[in-house]
Design a protein around this ligand. Structure first.
Ligand code: DGJ
Length: 370
């Protein structure tokens, strides 16, 4: 009897899981979107849930491309079972599935073996080499979050396929531009010194290309306690050796950097795993200079939890002055594929920067705001 009940319960949960996956995988035929609805299901041109978590965007040849982690159902989806998914769009509302840009490998000896952790992929274009360069946070399979590496892949085509190049621990044997003698004092918490010779840890990350074409890799380092901003070489494939340590011992992650009116802004979260926390925004006149934390820019319900999300990117909207979209993930670690996206406008009022919650909005927000 007990066994019968157990079998029925298992059967029903499998049925529920299959039904739930089907609702995510095949919705009604694609509808034409004319607005953003943060946190709601967002379907691609085939009516399938957009699967690009921890993502980043790039504008190229009059189109936007969105790259992100392809997640699968259940907790297993927190590790990389597929790779990096790519979508394209003309209007930012409607997204065409461009397929998997970088596949994880079936070869267990590969650095990107299926089951590794591959997070927060970002793609930038290098005009000199004519290559698209993808960076992502990589943890080797079976090592949890201990390896703390950044990895690089390249492609001649924006949508891929991308070829894995290497993974690194940045800036081995290199002092930051804001190096001070006390950085060399040995202590159990001096992770900078501990990793000096092998290269610094690199977990949550982002990329930023400045107006002069110099690119920067921003990442949580030193056991997530200190953020690094590290300039890349001209081919965007390696650290140039010039970097700065910021937010020392402040434990920030999920960096999203943008530039507005000549100033650099950096949105980050605290470190609470998949659980949401309050964001902060910091400002600097020089990307490798002094950074000052301003405040939590979020406003509205759950503003102290980043609207139950975590920053992943800030997108400058093409052709509209002062238009930036804050992009965050609402993680669902128990069923990774069901993580939702939060796209919200950034509002500038003099020196004050806010991200107001909106149930629904469209790009006219930027044209009509005062
Ligand atoms: C928070 C990070 O921002 C995510 O990318 C992921 O690494 C989770 N932590 C894992 O707990």
């Amino acid at each position: 009897m007990k066994n019968n009940k157990l079998s029925i319960a298992i059967f029903l949960s499998v049925l529920a899981a299959v039904f739930f996956s089907c609702t995510l995988l095949a919705q009604k035929p694609a509808e034409k979107y004319t607005s953003f609805k943060p946190g709601q299901l967002w379907l691609d041109n085939n009516g399938v849930f957009i699967n690009a978590h921890g993502g980043g965007l790039i504008y190229y040849n009059k189109k936007y491309y969105w790259f992100g982690e392809h997640k699968i159902e259940g907790k297993k989806g927190n590790s990389a079972q597929v790779g990096v998914h790519c979508y394209s769009s003309n209007d930012l509302y409607n997204w065409k599935n461009e397929g998997i840009a970088l596949n994880v490998s079936d070869d267990n000896s590969s650095e990107i073996a299926k089951g590794c952790i591959l997070e927060r992929p970002k793609v930038i274009y290098n005009g000199k080499t004519k290559k698209f360069v993808m960076w992502f946070h990589l943890e080797h399979k079976g090592k949890g979050y201990a390896t703390a590496r950044s990895a690089v892949a390249i492609s001649a085509n924006i949508t891929g396929p991308y070829t894995f190049v290497k993974s690194i621990r940045p800036n081995a044997n290199t002092n930051p531009v804001n190096f001070i003698a006390s950085d060399t004092i040995k202590s159990k918490d001096n992770f900078f010194l501990r990793d000096y010779a092998i290269g610094q840890m690199a977990r949550d990350m982002n990329l930023f290309v400045d107006d002069d074409g110099k690119a920067y890799h921003i990442f949580s380092s030193e056991e997530n306690r200190t953020m690094h901003i590290s300039q890349l070489t001209d081919d965007y494939l390696s650290p140039s050796g010039k970097y700065i340590r910021i937010s020392k011992d402040k434990s920030r992650e999920a960096p999203a950097l943008f530039k507005h009116n000549g100033k650099y802004y950096l949105i980050t979260s605290a470190c609470t795993g998949w659980a949401p926390n309050a964001a902060t925004i910091a400002v600097a006149d020089n990307i490798l200079g002094d950074w000052k934390v301003i405040d939590n820019p979020c406003q509205g319900p759950d503003a102290n939890l980043t609207f139950k999300g975590q920053s992943t990117y800030v997108l400058p909207v093409q052709g509209i002055k002062d238009a930036f979209i804050f992009i965050a993930d609402r993680w669902q670690p128990d069923n990774a594929i069901d993580g939702r996206y939060l796209w919200l406008p950034i509002h500038f009022e003099g020196d004050k920067i806010t991200i107001p919650w909106m149930d629904e909005w469209d790009l006219s927000f930027f044209k009509t705001k005062k």
